[in-house]
Design a protein around this ligand. Structure first.
Ligand code: 13P
Length: 257
C-alpha cells in the first residue's frame, strides 16, 4: 500500500450470494467487528436487486455500496440490463467490470469491458476493472504480456483525469475460489507491472494515483502480507466477504505502515 498517493480499498464481491433479508444481520455483525477507526475505504458489491437494501444498511456502518455489472448502453430497449444512470441515481459508488466469471460465462470481451468502464465513469461511478491470467498463461510465462494487453484494452479512450478515478483489480483466474492464493511476491510483480503499463500510457502522476487491488482467495490470514506490498492497494474479496468476522479482519489488516 502507499497511502500517500492513493486510496486503500477493501471491496467485497458477494457474487450471486446473500439475500436482501440477510443483509441487516450481516451488517450488524460486520459493524460489531470492524475496527473503530476505519483504515480504508470499504465497499460491498452486491447483486443488483440487493443493492438498495445494502445502501440503506451500509450507511450506518460506513460501507459503500457497489454493483457487480452494468450495461454498456445508456437506456432503452435492453431487457434485463441495468444502466449506469440507474445505479448512480440510487447512490451506487463502485461497480465491478470485467470479472473473469463474466468474461467466461457471459462472453464479455475486452471491448465490452472498456465500454462498461466508460459508461460508469460518465455517471461518476468508480469502475473496478478486473484483469487476470489463466493457469495455462502463467505456466507458459505469458502473464505480464497478457495483463498489459488487458489493461490497455480496458483503458482505451479513457483520459488521464478519468483514469485516476479507476480502480484496477488483479485477479489471477487460478486463484479465484480455489484457496490457492498468489504469493505476495507474485501478486506484487503483476500489480507493479500494471502500474508501469498505466505509467507508459498516462505518465507518472496518474499511474501513482490509481489504486490496484489483489483478488483471489484473499482471507483474514493472508491479507496482511499481501497488503504490505507497495503496489497492492487493497483487495477484491469473494468468499471471505460473506463472513462478517473475516471481512472485518481483512479491513483491519490495512492498518499498517
Ligand atoms: P475468492 O476470494 O472467493 O477467491 O474470489 C475472488 C473474486 O473473484 C473476487 O472478485
Amino acid at each position: 500500500m502507499n497511502r500517500k498517493y492513493r486510496k486503500t480499498v477493501i471491496a467485497g464481491n458477494w457474487k450471486m450470494n446473500m439475500l436482501a433479508s440477510t443483509v441487516k444481520p450481516f451488517m450488524e455483525e460486520l459493524k460489531a467487528n470492524m475496527p473503530k477507526v476505519r483504515p480504508c475505504e470499504v465497499v460491498l458489491c452486491a447483486p443488483a436487486v440487493i443493492v438498495p437494501t445494502l445502501l440503506k444498511a451500509g450507511k450506518d456502518c460506513k460501507v459503500a455500496a457497489g454493483a457487480q455489472d452494468v450495461s454498456k448502453y445508456e437506456k432503452g430497449a435492453y431487457t434485463g440490463e441495468v444502466s449506469a444512470s440507474q445505479l448512480a441515481d440510487i447512490g451506487v459508488k463502485y461497480c465491478i467490470v470485467g470479472h473473469s466469471e463474466r468474461r467466461e460465462y457471459h462472453g464479455e470481451d475486452d471491448m465490452l469491458v472498456n465500454a462498461k468502464a466508460k459508461a460508469l465513469l460518465e455517471k461518476g461511478i468508480v469502475p473496478i476493472i478486473c484483469v487476470g491470467e489463466s493457469l495455462e498463461q502463467r505456466e507458459k510465462d505469458l502473464t505480464l504480456e497478457y495483463i498489459a494487453y488487458q489493461i490497455k484494452a480496458a483503458l482505451n479512450g479513457i483520459d488521464a483525469t478519468q483514469v485516476r478515478r479507476c480502480v484496477i483489480a488483479y485477479e489471477p483466474i487460478w486463484a479465484i475460489g480455489t484457496g490457492r492464493t498468489a504469493s505476495a511476491q507474485q501478486a506484487q510483480e503483476v500489480c507493479e507491472h500494471i502500474r508501469a503499463v498505466i505509467r507508459g500510457i498516462y505518465g507518472a502522476r496518474p499511474a501513482r494515483a490509481v489504486s490496484i487491488l489483489y483478488g483471489g482467495s484473499m482471507n483474514a490470514k493472508n491479507a496482511a502480507e499481501l497488503l504490505a506490498m507497495p503496489d497492492i492497494d487493497g483487495g477484491l474479496i469473494g468468499g471471505a466477504s460473506l463472513k462478517p468476522v473475516d471481512f472485518a479482519a481483512i479491513v483491519a489488516a490495512t492498518d499498517q505502515e
